[in-house]
Write a protein that binds this ligand. Structure first.
Ligand SMILES: [Zn+2]
Length: 464
C-alpha cells in the first residue's frame, strides 16, 4: 500500500513498525457542539483508511481522542452554568450515534482528555527535565519552540519567522502567530471551577498536549500513522511532534495523512452563510446515513469535496443502481453458493478495487471498479448468461468490497412509508385469512426491495 506522507511530501510504500499490525491515531471531536459534515469528512476518510488496512490484512489499533477540555468546552460549560462533564456528555453521546449512522467502524479506544490529566502532567514534567518548557509569571507552562530545532518540519514553517519568547495561550491559532505555545494553562477566572492541581499550580492542559499524551499511552512512543484534517496540521500536529519527540527523543509518527476541506455549494461552511450542516440536519431533510456516507467517501481524500444537494441526489441514484444489482444477484443465486472458478470480470474488478485502495486510498477508482462489476453483471444477466454460481461469486465480491466501502448492503435503513402501509394492509389481509392477497402484497413489498417473514412475533421486515 502507498500513502502520501505529509511529512516527506511524497507517496511512500507503507511499512508498519510491527509486521501485520498498524497503530493509528486520529484526532477526534471537540465535544462542545454537534459535529458537522466537514468533521465527518475526516472521520469517514479515517474509516476508509482503517478498513483498507484491514482489507490488506493488518490488525489495526485505532485511537480517537475526545477533546472534552479546551477553550471552547470550558466556555460552553460556563455559559450554560453546568459542569464540564454535564456539558460535554450530550455531545459525546451524539457523536457516537452519528458515527454509527454513517457506518463508521468503531475505534479500539476513545480516550477522553479529562481522564488523562496525570499522563499530561507527567509528559510536561519530562519536557521540563529536557529543558524544553518554562513557566511564565501567571503559572502557565510554555513549550519553547526555539529549543526544538525540528519545529516546523511538518507544516514547512519558515524558521526565520520563529519569534522566540512570543507566547500563545489560545488552543487554536494561525501559522503567522507561531510562537511558544501553552502545554499547561494556569487557572484564570474565565475557567470558573474547571481546574486540576499540578506541580505548577491549578490549571488545565493545553489542547495539543492531550493528543501527545494519549497517543503515546495507547500506541507507544513511536507509532505508524497519524491523521487529521488539513486544518490540524498547524499548529496542532506540529505541536504534537514537538512535545512527543522533545520528551522521548524518538520519532513520534512515521506516516502523517491529512484530508482536504469540505466545502458546501462551493463555499466554506459557516453558520452565517446558512450552509452549515450537522448530520441530524441532513437526516431531518430525509437523507440517510448511507447516502451521506456515499457522498463523503466518493472523493479522493486529498481533494476538496464540494458537498451539494445535487451530490446527495446523485448518491441516491448510484445507490439504487447498487440495490437493483444486489437484488438481481440474490434472486439469481437463490440458495446456490459460489463454487468453481470466479469469472474473469469479477476477478478483474476485485483486483482493480484493491489496486485503487493501495494507491493512496483512491476511492473514486475503487467505486469505478465496483460499478464495472455491476455493469458486467447486468450485461451478463440481460444476455441470459448470469449463472446462479456466478451471481453468488458476484455477491461474495460485493461483500468483500463492502468491508471497506460499507455502502453496498443496506443495514439500518429506515423503512419507506410505502412499505409500512403495505405491511399494515398485509396484516389485515392475514387477519381476514385472505392468503392470496397476503401473498400478493408480500410480492409487491419484494419489488420495493424488502423481504417480509412471518414469525410468531408477527411480520419481520429486512432489506432484500
Ligand atoms: Zn489531536
Amino acid at each position: 500500500m502507498k500513502f502520501y506522507n505529509s511529512l516527506s511530501r511524497k507517496k511512500e510504500k507503507f511499512k508498519s513498525l510491527v509486521p501485520g499490525k498498524a497503530g493509528l491515531y486520529t484526532c477526534g471531536p471537540t465535544v462542545y457542539d454537534f459535529a458537522h459534515i466537514g468533521n465527518f469528512r475526516a472521520y469517514i476518510f479515517e474509516d476508509i483508511l482503517r478498513r483498507a488496512l484491514e482489507y490488506r490484512g493488518y490488525e489495526v489499533t485505532q485511537v480517537m481522542n475526545l477533546t472534552d477540555v479546551d477553550d471552547k468546552t470550558i466556555r460552553g460549560a460556563n455559559e450554560n452554568g453546568v459542569s464540564l462533564q454535564e456539558f460535554t456528555e450530550k455531545y459525546k453521546d451524539s457523536f457516537f450515534k452519528d458515527i454509527e449512522a454513517l457506518g463508521i467502524e468503531p475505534a479500539e479506544y476513545y480516550p477522553a482528555a479529562t481522564d488523562h490529566i496525570p499522563e499530561v502532567i507527567s509528559l510536561v514534567e519530562k519536557l521540563f527535565e529536557k529543558g524544553l518548557t518554562y513557566k511564565s509569571d501567571d503559572g502557565s507552562v510554555y513549550f519553547s519552540v526555539a529549543k526544538f530545532p525540528e519545529y516546523g518540519n511538518l507544516a514547512h514553517i519558515d524558521k526565520e519567522g520563529l519569534r522566540a519568547g512570543v507566547r500563545i495561550s489560545n488552543d487554536e491559532y494561525e501559522k503567522d502567530a507561531v510562537g511558544d505555545f501553552a502545554v499547561w494553562k494556569a487557572w484564570d477566572e474565565d475557567d470558573g471551577n474547571i481546574w486540576w492541581d499540578s506541580p505548577w499550580g491549578r490549571g488545565r492542559p493545553g489542547w495539543h498536549i492531550e493528543c501527545s499524551a494519549m497517543s503515546m499511552k495507547y500506541l507507544g512512543e513511536s507509532f505508524d500513522i497519524h491523521t487529521g484534517g488539513i486544518d490540524n496540521m498547524f499548529p496542532h500536529h506540529e505541536n504534537e511532534i514537538a512535545q512527543s519527540e522533545g520528551a522521548t527523543g524518538k520519532p513520534f509518527v512515521h506516516t502523517w495523512l491529512h484530508c482536504a476541506h469540505l466545502r458546501v455549494n462551493g463555499e466554506k461552511m459557516a453558520k452565517s452563510k446558512g450552509n452549515f450542516y450537522t448530520l441530524r440536519d441532513l437526516i431531518e431533510k430525509g437523507y440517510t446515513g448511507r447516502e451521506i456516507r456515499y457522498v463523503l467517501i466518493s472523493g479522493q481524500y486529498r481533494q476538496p469535496i464540494n458537498f451539494t444537494f445535487d451530490g446527495l441526489a446523485a448518491a441516491r441514484s448510484a445507490l439504487s443502481r447498487i440495490d437493483e444489482f444486489v437484488r438481481l444477484a440474490k434472486d439469481t443465486a437463490g440458495d446456490t453458493e459460489s463454487s468453481g472458478k470466479m469469472p474473469g470480470w469479477i476477478a478483474e474488478s476485485l483486483d482493480a478495487f484493491g489496486a485503487a485502495l493501495d494507491d493512496d486510498l483512491n476511492v473514486p477508482l475503487a467505486l469505478a471498479a465496483l460499478f464495472s462489476l455491476i455493469g458486467n453483471g447486468n450485461r451478463a444477466a440481460s444476455a441470459g448468461e448470469l449463472s446462479p454460481e456466478n451471481a453468488a461469486h458476484a455477491l461474495d465480491a460485493l461483500r468483500k468490497i463492502d468491508t471497506v466501502l460499507n455502502v453496498v448492503f443496506r443495514t439500518e435503513e429506515a423503512v419507506p412509508e410505502e412499505v409500512e402501509t403495505l405491511l399494515v394492509n398485509r396484516q389485515e389481509a392475514r387477519l381476514a385469512k385472505n392468503w392470496a392477497e397476503s401473498d400478493r402484497i408480500r410480492d409487491e413489498i419484494a419489488t420495493l426491495g424488502w423481504i417480509v417473514k412471518d414469525t410468531p412475533d408477527g411480520q419481520k421486515l429486512s432489506p432484500k
